[in-house]
Design a protein around this ligand. Structure first.
Ligand code: NAP
Length: 406
């Protein structure tokens, strides 16, 4: 049994700056705003953190799960943590106690009402994470770089294929990797890794090859529309065949596809959020002959057809394999449509799939779609006389509803 810590000892919650990929998941998840960040690090405020653990399961790398016993009066301050390049070494406990696992939590533990599950689907394959880190990155070789949006549009989205040669880089659909852009940041430090979801299935972009693909949009403006140069996206989009890229990862242990036969997938995405959906769809496409697939339903949002990545190959998929619903928001002569509008339009089919416990839902893309998609799922459920809060809880508990939004 865990003995309580003496009041003057704190089991301090810390984030490992060497593993953290600065994805913001922890800051978003923390129910009491104990996590903050600057251009260098994500850190936990010891004055606020109550050790509730809500941020721990969603972290794709495990960087969040670090703890040090310190004298409460000497807790590492936010200011100190922001300057760290690595965690301080473990020290002997400040008081001789057997309290290795108790969390000094002044408040009662509380769980954040995260929109999605903190566990993978029960049948998901076991993922490998953090095989390669900032200190020990893997060198990949570019074997392909193709634009997958219309050349006449502002959306310059690239499909980039990286090969690992003889070295192991095992991945699953839904996982992501980190890319280390060369050069230094404004503070003269090496750039942090930027995270990208895999667009290829576990057996490679080219089946049987040790490679993977990414979907990368060239960033030329910020969210407010002001000119901005995306350090890593421009680096990646400009790569040519045989260039070398420093890669870390893989990351992610929950946004994974079910492995059991006849599992259904509802995939909801915008823009480059289509990367994991392409990976999962391709995994299923390669096993069409086996008869293992359940039903696949895709809701995909983009401004226009020409700005929708992979439009051509997507349209070639057989309709009896995947039910494709395109939400175009700026197509000339057509009303503005978002993915959540189409979920409501297709309520009957969505309900049929939701009624099946073999159905998993994946949402990836713009942060703004999160609320819209949850509202749409709630509306179709309520219209059918069901209680959304009960279904939503079950979907989260059973690892059947997953979000990856930025
Ligand atoms: P985008 O082109 O800006 O938007 C795609 C579509 O979503 C547009 O039709 C847009 O409509 C619509 N949209 C805007 N607000 C929405 C809302 N509240 N609800 C539903 N739809 C909405 O997309 P993008 O630039 O490709 O961005 C995709 C996002 O995915 C980025 O935030 C990226 O970080 C993230 N992501 C990328 C990866 C990756 O591996 N590359 C992985 C995971 C997530 P209007 O603009 O016309 O209103």
């Amino acid at each position: 049994m865990n003995a309580p810590l003496p009041a003057e000892v704190l089991k301090q919650h810390l984030i490992d700056p060497e593993i953290c990929i600065r994805c913001n998941t922890c800051e978003e998840t923390c129910p009491i705003d104990a996590i903050t960040h600057d251009a260098n690090n994500y850190v936990v405020d010891p004055e606020i953190c109550n050790g509730c653990m809500a941020c721990v399961p969603p972290c794709p790398t495990g960087a969040i799960d670090n703890w040090r016993l310190v004298a409460r009066a000497e807790a590492h301050s936010v200011h100190d943590q922001l300057g760290w390049e690595e965690l301080p070494p473990e020290q002997a406990p400040p008081e001789a106690t057997g309290a290795e696992a108790a969390v000094a939590a002044p408040g009662a533990p509380q769980l954040a009402a995260a929109p999605g599950a903190a566990v993978p689907p029960w049948s998901a394959a076991h993922p490998y994470v953090n095989l390669y880190t900032h200190k020990t990155p893997m060198t990949a070789t570019v074997v392909g770089n193709y634009r997958v949006t219309g050349a006449d549009t502002d959306s310059d989205i690239h499909h980039i294929v990286l090969d690992f040669g003889e070295l192991p880089f095992p991945v699953l659909e839904g996982q992501s990797i980190g890319v280390l852009p060369p050069g230094l940041d404004a503070q003269g430090r090496p750039h942090h890794a930027r995270q990208y979801s895999l667009a290829s299935p576990r057996d490679g972009e080219r089946a049987g090859y040790n490679n993977l693909s990414l979907t990368v949009k060239r960033v030329t403006e910020d969210h407010a529309g002001a000119a901005a140069h995306g350090v890593c996206s421009n680096y990646l989009c400009d790569l040519v065949k045989n260039d070398k890229v420093q890669v870390i990862g893989p990351f992610g242990h929950t946004f994974l596809m079910p492995n059991h036969p006849k599992a259904n997938l509802i995939m909801i995405c915008t823009g480059t959020g289509s990367a994991p959906m392409r990976a999962m769809t391709e995994r299923c496409r390669r096993r069409i002959e086996s008869g293992d697939n359940g039903k696949l339903m895709l809701f995909f949002g983009a401004r226009t057809e020409r700005e929708l990545p992979y439009f051509g190959p997507l349209m070639k998929l057989p309709p009896d394999f995947i039910d494709i619903n395109l939400a175009l928001s700026r197509e000339a002569g057509q009303p503005k449509r978002y993915v959540q509008d189409l979920i409501r339009d297709r309520a009957a089919k969505v309900l049929e799939l939701l009624a099946d416990r073999n159905t998993c839902i994946y949402v990836c893309g713009l942060k703004g779609m999160e609320t819209g998609v949850l509202d749409a799922l709630r509306d179709v459920t309520v219209q059918s006389g069901q209680d959304w809060s009960i279904l939503h809880d079950a979907l989260r508990r059973e690892g059947r509803l997953h979000f990856e939004t930025y």
